[in-house]
Design a protein around this ligand. Structure first.
Ligand code: HEM
Length: 546
């Protein structure tokens, strides 16, 4: 049999095995979850997948968040059931108490393993625990404060670049593009000690940076094939699998392979250069981009000094580099874009924020603690992250049967009162971040309104008295537990530096172009609902020219 015939046969066997396993699992899950209320399925094939995860899925996500109980049954592909979990006690069980049962899905882990290598987003169990043990201290506030001068310097360049665009008078500026570039440069210099972009107008030309930008759109093109990965990524040796991929007749897969190869080559070269510099000594290191204060330099040093039992192998260190770049860029840039969009819609909030920041910075750049604690800047960031969590697609799959207790009982489809929900092994769980962040019983009747002021007075006791398992305030935007976002302090600092610089220099207004927000692994803005290209035009002017 020819190599192609052998490949096709293997593929067919895999598909048949996958379909039969799926049918058995479906039947079991469906009967266990029958009694949980939730929206009707839109079609047998797609269930509610397109309603929830589709580009215009935000309204449906709000409907699920507001109109059902703490756990909502939804329909996945071909009759499969999935649960949206938004009750705080149930979320606590998923993320903390039984975190070793509720792991990332196999498809998520396999995809990430093939893209980034064995980093945080591709590891589970002991390997993940060991990586977090090494990495948690690297992301502590003590290290973040050393990044502040780098962030001020980079953001100064951004301010100069935008100033030159609007020097002659207010202009329409695509702020999404600038937020993408600043976020990449912050994680480039602050995370890897590498500069992607001089931030001087035009477009970024760096090969590595452009590969990163192409990754998510290309992944979208191979969505269906990704589901099959856990069933095939153990077949043969890595070189056999590479050969099989070259023969596979799907163009997007070849494109993806090219992007991943380039990212891997660049991060490996950067890693070795960095470790070489660290071995030569501190004097050499301070002359590098990042001056040895970037996350990777600190990680490599910590790893060199760790006990043998705690040391991470090179491939796990290298894998963190693309992991950080991907996890940090779109999330923070879109969060910043959302804040600017809201400030343009609420000029009184914009004015109040500008007054606070201008007064605070009148004697020069603020030190770390003062910047982080500026009350109104903090309130604007928290409130935006609460109401518009940038990441909405976090999922988990229980590796064994489990039970999720509820903080507030709910009424089942048969009218009975349910204080807990049985969850069979293999059930797809969507973490209902929006539902947790906007629960009216806990946040108050105005939970769906964007009101930064709510953070300036004590939060309702309904919220503070019932624990929320989130790492950031009382919100679930960065999740909680052992897989919570490791970079939330990095992101918070970056957002505050960028916003304080922009808001004290520029004014932001809406244009006549409608900005719509698209559901995707990370929410992004576009002009109107048809365009898929990320874009957010705002009318930008100079503060002292108004
Ligand atoms: C507004 C900005 C950000 C948001 C909303 C955000 C949100 C999240 C969420 C929800 C997760 C959990 C994903 C899951 O388990 O399904 C996560 C994980 C992660 N984030 Fe962030 N993130 C942000 C910024 C950052 C930054 C700046 C970095 C790095 C500097 C970062 C690095 C990571 C990493 C490495 C993980 C995987 C953690 C693990 O599995 O142990 N994130 N993030």
């Amino acid at each position: 049999m020819s190599a192609v015939g052998f490949l096709l046969l293997g593929f067919l066997v895999t598909v048949v095995a996958w379909v039969s396993r799926r049918i058995v699992r479906l039947r079991r899950i469906a009967s266990a979850l029958d009694n949980i209320p939730g929206p009707a399925s839109s079609s047998f094939l797609q269930g509610n997948m397109a309603d929830y995860f589709g580009r215009q899925g935000w309204k449906f996500t709000e409907h699920v968040a507001q109109d059902y109980g703490g756990i909502v049954k939804m329909h996945a592909l071909c009759g499969e059931r999935m649960l949206c979990v938004q009750d705080p006690k149930a979320l606590y069980t998923v993320l903390i108490k039984e975190a070793s049962v509720f792991e990332e899905s196999d498809a998520f882990l396999s995809t990430n393993q093939n893209i980034y290598g064995p980093g945080l987003l591709a590891s589970m169990g002991e390997q993940h625990r060991k990586q977090r043990k090494m990495l948690n201290p690297v992301f502590s506030a003590a290290h973040m404060r050393h990044l502040l001068p780098t962030f001020y310097r980079i953001t100064g360049k951004l301010r100069d670049a935008i100033s030159s665009q609007v020097w002659e008078g207010p202009q329409e500026v695509d702020m999404m593009s600038w937020m993408g570039r600043i976020a990449l440069e912050c994680i480039g210099q602050g995370g890897l000690g590498y500069s992607f972009d001089p931030l001087v107008g035009g477009k970024m030309t760096d090969e590595y940076g452009n590969a990163l930008k192409r990754l998510f759109p290309t992944l979208q093109e191979v969505n269906l094939w990704r589901e099959l990965l856990p069933y095939v990524d153990w077949i043969g040796t890595p070189s056999f699998r590479r050969m099989a991929l070259d023969l596979f007749p799907v163009e997007a897969i070849h494109k993806l392979k090219g992007i991943i190869d380039l990212m891997s080559m660049k991060s490996t070269a950067l890693f070795h250069a960095k470790r070489g510099a660290l071995k030569i000594g501190d004097e050499f290191v301070v002359r590098q981009v990042g001056e040895g204060k970037d996350i990777m330099s600190i990680l490599i040093k910590a790893n060199m000094m760790a006990d043998d039992a705690d040391k991470l192998p090179d491939d796990q260190l290298i894998a963190q580099m693309s992991t950080f770049l991907l996890a940090a860029t779109d999330t923070t840039s879109n969060a910043l874009a959302r804040i600017l969009h809201n400030l343009a819609q609420y000029p009184e909030v914009q004015g109040k924020l500008r007054a606070e920041v201008t007064d605070a910075f009148k004697e020069g750049d603020l030190p770390y603690d003062k910047l982080i604690q500026l009350p109104y800047l903090d309130a604007v960031c928290r409130e935006t992250l609460r109401l518009y969590p940038p990441v909405t697609f976090s999922t988990r799959v229980p590796r064994e049967d489990s039970v999720l207790p509820l903080s507030k009982p709910m009424i089942g489809v048969d009218g009975s009162v349910m204080s807990e929900v049985p969850v069979p092994e293999g059930t797809l769980i969507v973490l209902g971040v929006l539902g947790a962040n906007t629960n009216k019983a806990r946040w108050g009747a105005d939970a769906l309104e964007w009101k930064p002021e709510r953070w300036l007075s004590p939060l309702p006791s309904t919220l503070t008295e019932a624990a929320t398992p989130g790492v950031f305030s009382h919100i679930m935007t960065f999740l909680g537990g052992k897989r919570a976002c490791i970079g939330f302090k990095f992101s918070e600092l970056e957002m505050k530096v960028v916003l304080s610089t922009l808001i004290s220099t520029f004014t932001f207004e809406l244009t006549d172009k409608e900005i719509s927000w698209n559901q995707s692994p990370v929410h992004y803005p576009s002009v109107g609902t048809d365009a898929t290209e990320p874009c957010m035009p705002l009318k930008v002017g100079l503060v002292n020219r108004v």
